[in-house]
Design a protein around this ligand. Structure first.
Ligand SMILES: [Zn+2]
Length: 150
């Protein structure tokens, strides 16, 4: 198994991934390694699939429903102005990227990826087990409360 994301899923299953938030029907919710956008969250499809076009239509719809739940939880937990949601076609493993956005966080209201990598992936923004604890528990609580309303 060489997929980076699949390795993380193995860590989640073994209770060894500190940024793991919640397991939903179609995927895993985890906080991103870098938090320039505080609350940056990933929603990872459970199986190793590269493209959303490689899964059945009914599973696609369920995956989208779960995504809507995750993005609402991110929005409410991190009290941002809005969220950017992206599914990247060049990704090795089907993963949604959910970025909480604030006014002025990127010059000229540009997409998150317009930031230079030296800013986006600066070690200063790296999450660690301690800084993740409160964020993980807050996001988990919001997710579980939202689940009850659906
Ligand atoms: Zn994978």
């Amino acid at each position: 198994m060489t997929c980076y994301t699949c390795k993380r899923i193995e860590m989640i299953k073994n209770n060894k991934f500190p940024f793991f938030v919640e397991e939903l029907e179609t995927g895993y919710v985890v906080l991103g390694d870098h938090q320039y956008f505080r609350g940056y969250t990933l929603f990872i499809f459970k199986d190793h699939v590269t493209s959303i076009n490689d899964i059945d239509k009914d599973i696609q719809l369920k995956f989208m429903q779960d995504l809507l739940l995750v993005q609402e939880a991110v929005y409410k937990t991190f009290k941002c102005n809005g969220v950017d949601i992206e599914l990247l076609s060049n990704s090795e493993h089907l993963t949604w990227h959910i970025f909480p956005r604030e006014d002025g966080d990127v010059p000229n209201n540009s997409p998150v990826w317009s930031l230079h990598k030296s800013i986006l992936y600066n070690t200063y923004n790296m999450l660690n087990s301690n800084s993740a604890k409160e964020m993980v528990s807050d996001l988990r609580e919001t997710l579980n409360n939202l689940k009850k309303t659906r």
